[in-house]
Design a protein around this ligand. Structure first.
Ligand code: BTN
Length: 255
């Protein structure tokens, strides 16, 4: 059976504003959405693919989604909100995935800015990319991934591994898209609500963390998430509000 046969049937479960395109194979769903966007596709266009030949994560890393098991898709948004607020789509997306996966039986944390964690392991990655007048939200979820290569074994998990039960990938996609439709519109009005929901799931708060800030590495305590969605860190450099950081890791628990 075509592994994607179940996807077209979820049309009625999607928000009215969304239109789903199902592909067996693409280079990257983000690249496919970019091409559609440049050809004039509407806000709400979604591409889901069973296989990505050049799936990518943040910082140019490869993102591998086992066909038939993982979920890889991208959503085209043409935000009405000012461009300065678009970076908030990353927080909105991670939160939407966390909330959606909770309805499929797992408790999710958010590792700022937008990794979704279950029991200390990553279950989903989000890659938001901006174009001239659009943004692309690319999401990879380990839905029915039965196992990971040894180097990822301690850091990655899947819905299947956490619940012991295979999940319906199309149903998971529909849940995420419905939640995204709510959260993506809160990057301006409603941002406080969005932030409160992120804060309540933030796995970094109260922990000793290390990270790579724009101007170099940091080691400090995570004090939480500020009013603009920035990470609040206190350490040798004093109290800092970091809008951007890479390689964020928990080092310790605060004693
Ligand atoms: C990360 O955690 O580094 C982000 C991973 C994002 C992966 C998804 S899969 C769908 C979309 N297409 C891509 O090429 N990347 C994103």
């Amino acid at each position: 059976m075509n592994p994607l046969a179940e996807f077209p049937s979820i049309g009625s479960m999607l928000p009215d504003s969304m239109r789903l395109f199902v592909r067996n194979e693409v280079d990257s769903t983000n690249d496919e959405i970019r091409r559609l966007a440049l050809a004039g596709a509407d806000d709400g266009t979604v591409v889901v693919a069973d296989r990505q030949t050049a799936g990518r994560g943040r910082r140019g890393a490869a993102w591998v989604c086992p066909p038939g098991e993982a979920l890889a898709f991208s959503l085209l948004v043409r935000p009405k909100e000012p461009r300065a607020l678009w970076p908030r789509l990353a927080l909105a997306s991670g939160l939407a995935v966390a909330e959606a996966l909770e309805s499929h039986g797992v408790e999710c944390g958010i590792k700022w800015p937008n990794d979704v964690w279950v029991c200390g392991k990553k279950i989903c990655g989000v890659l938001v990319e901006a174009g001239s007048d659009f943004a692309i939200i690319g999401i990879g979820v380990n839905v029915n991934v039965a196992g990971f290569p040894e180097e990822l074994n301690t850091s990655a998990t899947s819905l299947l591994l956490e619940t012991g039960v295979p999940a319906d990938r199309a149903g998971v996609l529909a849940s995420i898209l419905r939640q995204l439709e709510v959260r993506r519109h809160q990057i301006d009005c409603g941002y406080d609500l969005l932030l409160d929901a992120v804060r309540s799931r933030c796995v970094l708060t109260g922990h000793r963390i290390s990270l790579l800030a724009v101007d170099g590495p940091r080691l400090g305590f995570c004090e939480g998430i500020g009013a603009g969605g920035e990470l609040l860190v206190s350490g040798p450099n004093g109290f800092e509000r970091l809008l951007q950081a890479d390689e964020v890791r928990i080092q310790d628990t605060r004693s």
